[in-house]
Design a binder for this molecule. Structure first.
Ligand code: GLU
Length: 423
């Protein structure tokens, strides 16, 4: 197994413990009734499927896939499909609950789902990947649909895989159903903004946090850990808005220039060499050092569990924008709160992706095409209002922003359950 895969596996194990620890604490702090706890403790539907795929080698292989719809009180279940060798029903269930919270915190009319197939896409050919995708969709076709459960990309799945999902589902239904999946290529009803909406959504909430403190992006020193789709777009957008992106890193290491890196040039360098390291004129630094860089804003956009009880006291940033999933442990969260560092938590900070999915779904349902201007302004509106909702709750209860975000999301889900007569 390759190195990226090992890292990814560790990442997921961490996510599992962090998200769930946080929830257990919040459940007890919120003083939920036992009925509410019972209702939240099990997913509504959890499907495990086995399906044969006649591979291009001529051999038949049996694959296992999952789809979990954790909660759909607020709307159809929504969430990505992950192709990963360590995928399990239990893990899909935990990630599906986090999706329900994410959709509730930004107040879009979706519940939460997650699914996946036990497969390492790096081990099989592109053609076999298509066969596996189609086999999986044939196996779960009865459980998904535009008003039931809408898949999207997640770890190791991309626009092309969404296109195969669409095609297979439409073959089965014998009609066009573009709203059954989001994250599609723009030619098949996807929205272009979806490609960078996670980073842009994060930039909007950060801007709002700055505005509250009478600050703006001009000259703000930013350090970003991770230069994948999210990290790279965050660097590009923040650079365009006038920030000094002083430190960046990827899996090979990091670069630092206290005067600010030339981001378009770093992007070029990364494209030609495959990494940000050895960028001419920049100092080298490790991923661990990047977290402690002297900067104003720290953006973890890579792995989970990067900020823990051992390094949280050494963080110099005043703001942390969590574009990665669960980059901060519960203990570090407490330390950063005591030190007055404003941490904008993952389910709020990285929700821009699913918000753009919501736009894609709405346009597909109404056969409409929004202008880029409308898409961008609605994304901003939703992200800012979610930030204000969470911020307001923080001020009222003087608590950590993560806690406020989780509580707000849970309250909204439970309220919908009450209105439906389930509580
Ligand atoms: N997989 C993404 C997430 O975890 C997006 C899900 C979606 O767009 O439905 O937020």
């Amino acid at each position: 197994m390759n190195r990226n895969h090992d890292r990814l596996h560790r990442d997921e194990q961490d996510l599992r413990s962090v998200g769930m620890t946080e929830l257990q604490t919040i459940y007890s702090d919120m003083g939920l009734t036992s009925d509410e706890l019972d209702l939240l403790s099990v997913p509504r539907h959890s499907f495990t499927v086995s399906f044969p795929v006649k591979m291009t080698t001529g051999r038949t292989q049996i694959f296992t896939g999952f789809r979990v719809q954790y909660n759909d009180a607020r709307g159809p279940a929504k969430g990505g499909i992950r192709f990963h060798p360590e995928m399990s029903a239990e893990h899909a269930s935990e990630l599906a609950l986090l999706m329900a919270l994410k959709c509730a915190v930004v107040n879009i009319p979706f519940g939460g789902a997650k699914g996946g197939v036990v497969v390492n896409p790096m081990d099989i050919s592109r053609r076999d990947l298509e066969l596996v995708t189609r086999g999986y969709i044939r196996a779960i076709a009865d459980y998904i649909g535009p008003f039931k459960d809408i898949p999207a990309p997640d770890v190791y799945t991309d626009e092309q895989i969404m296109a195969w999902i669409l095609d297979e589902y439409e073959r089965i239904r014998r009609e066009h159903v573009p709203a059954v999946v989001t994250g599609k290529p723009p030619e098949l009803g996807g929205v272009l903004v979806r490609r960078y909406s996670t980073a842009l959504g994060g930039v909007h909430v950060l801007e709002q946090a700055l505005r509250e403190r009478n600050m703006d992006f001009g000259g703000l020193r930013v350090a970003i850990q991770g230069f994948g789709n999210v990290g790279e777009n965050a660097a590009r957008i923040l650079h365009e808005r006038g920030c000094l992106v002083i430190a960046l890193s990827d899996v090979n290491g990091g670069i630092l220039d206290p005067k600010g890196l030339d981001i378009p040039a770093v992007m070029e360098h990364q494209k030609s060499t495959g990494s940000v390291v050895k960028f001419p004129g920049a100092r080298e630094l490790s991923n661990a050092e990047l977290l402690m860089t002297d900067c104003d804003v720290l953006v973890p956009a890579a792995l989970s569990n990067q900020l823990d009880a051992n390094n949280a006291r050494a963080v110099k940033a005043q703001f942390i924008l969590e574009l990665a999933n669960a980059p901060t442990t519960a203990a570090a969260d407490e330390i950063l709160f005591e030190r007055d560092v404003l941490l904008i938590p993952d389910i709020l900070a990285n929700a821009g992706g699913v918000v753009a999915s919501y736009f894609e779904w709405s346009q597909n349902l109404s056969n409409d095409r929004w202008s880029e201007e409308k898409t961008l302004s609605r994304l901003q509106e939703i992200m800012i209002s979610a930030y204000n909702d969470v911020g307001g709750r923080c001020r009222e209860t003087r608590c950590r922003m993560r806690k406020a975000a989780y509580e707000l999301a849970l309250k909204r889900i439970l309220h919908a359950e009450k209105l439906r007569g389930n509580l």
